[in-house]
Write a protein that binds this ligand. Sequence first.
Ligand code: ATP
Length: 602
Amino acid sequence: MAEPKPNELMEKIVSLCKRRGFIFQSSEIYGGINGFWDYGPLGAELKRNVRELWWRAHTQRREDVVGLDATIIMHPTIWKASGHVDTFSDPMCDCLLTKKRFRADQLEPQSGHAYWYSGATSGPDPETVKAAFARAELANRADIRDRFEKRDWGLLGQELQTQFSESPVKELGRQLLQCCFQAKVSNDAFAVLLPPGKPPESARKTAAEFYRQRGIPNAVLLGERSEPVENSRRFNSEKGEGFGALLTEPRAFNLMFKTYVGPVESEENVAYLRPETAQAIFAQFKNVLDVARQKVPFGICQIGKAFRNEINPRNFTFRSREFEQMEIEFFIRPDEVVQKLAGPVGAYTDGLDVATPQPNWGWELWHRHWVEERVKWYESIGLGRDTLDFHWQPKEELAHYAKACVDIQYKFPFGTQEIEGIAARGDFDLSQHQKFSGKSMEYFDEEAKTKYVPHVIEPSAGVDRLILALICNAYCEDQAPNDKGELESRVVMKFHPRVAPIKVGVFPLLKKKPELVAKAREVRDLLRPHLTVFYDEAGAIGRRYRRQDEAGTPFGVTIDFDTLGEKGPELKDTVTLRDRDTLKQDRIPIRELVPLLLEKIR
Ligand code: ATP
């Protein structure tokens, strides 16, 4: 089957998400709200599975990470200390024509010819003037046509008044002059960038629309000049209305949502919806340390909502304004302390085993360890290494306190983009909170007999971006036989069984046979305490399989006449177990179903 183009593919995925109840637009009945998404029945299950698997892998299955569940609104000084109040901003600019807002650093650079205007004055409606000329039989006069084309209404009015004796033409001249005297003026500068080869009329049309929006009808453009432009981000690069229109200068826009705590909306009551979950972990570092019986190196993790007033939410749920993060702050010894205890600090070389922590690990090997751990986890839920990419931030991209940062990226149909960032952040965060709160964040290391502010490695993943990656990764179109054995194309979501929203579909072969239905319900009730089951008795069996293929259900159990023992006692109480991906059907005794399925989904 031909591969769909990336845009087409995303359209199909978005439409399937709505049709099957993975993801809906938030507040859809009111026209939606940009950057906010809801998860329907299948999406909610998928998300729950991802959260649970992450939590289990990083807390229950490790000795050295414990969990936290903190509030969304915290003391506002936290965001002063973290730097978010002063620096958590993106450069934003607006299209002067459409008012659409863009992130200045995400605009496509463009080249062509820019047409600049210093302002405009209003004029008469050219169509009305043209009709008047036609009536006065002046439309073919070259000199008049020329002035008309140039919208030179003042001169034209004067000439009509002085050069013609007939009164209707004189009257037309008088009206044109009056129009000029009463003209509205805008001194707003504007420009339009045209791609090479496009005629200037197109820029003039766009400029006239810009001035019309500012109350200047039938704009007579002033001070037109043009210049070649190369790789500029000053113009709207989005195709459609406004393409090429001048943008405002970039301004810093803080991404935190502000609110007020308490009944008075005053400056001292300002609070923020957290833009990341990490800061609560730093703020609670000492409390957790006191109770968790952990020693550095150890980690604290949290899953929860985060909010960012993104300038330009896009690519479905990829850049949302409300989303969820899964973050770990893993606290480690500073390299000097490692050296004091274990001699030279280990260095990373290609192929070095970083699975098992060693006493001589400094920040670099702990960082590598976490990159590897996270990739292994992605593999365990069906995102193979070949679907991922890694962007190691070069020194000049790193925050001033960071020692290294790698973005784990997924190859989305709309481009390869970050789903998780893993940073070695030194002791920046804890030191900042120590400074702003006045409370010590130091840790006494009994083994090293010294005090220090721990350093941190931070694997920070987004639940929603991961869900989108899993959905894109699972989407597949292939061929499967229908009830008559003929091949039909089908859409199948090939989720890894661990994350699949529904694990098994249970189907009586025929709805009208009470014995089959009773047995199928028995099987459904047997499985339900152990895994998510969808019971379906409506329609042809092939159609029911197809519905579960689209939902990504990895297994289907069908109860047929063999199950009832009608073809001999040896098949009694056996069912067919269908595999969504291989389409293989095996005959399985009912009593073996639970252990077999549990083994496949764990
Ligand atoms: P980007 O550069 O794409 O804005 P970021 O580097 O600011 O992302 P981080 O602050 O490192 O992102 O956040 C960690 C993770 O949180 C990201 O890898 C991503 O999975 C998730 N995340 C961040 N912003 C958003 C968002 N607006 N919508 C959905 N997920 C997000």
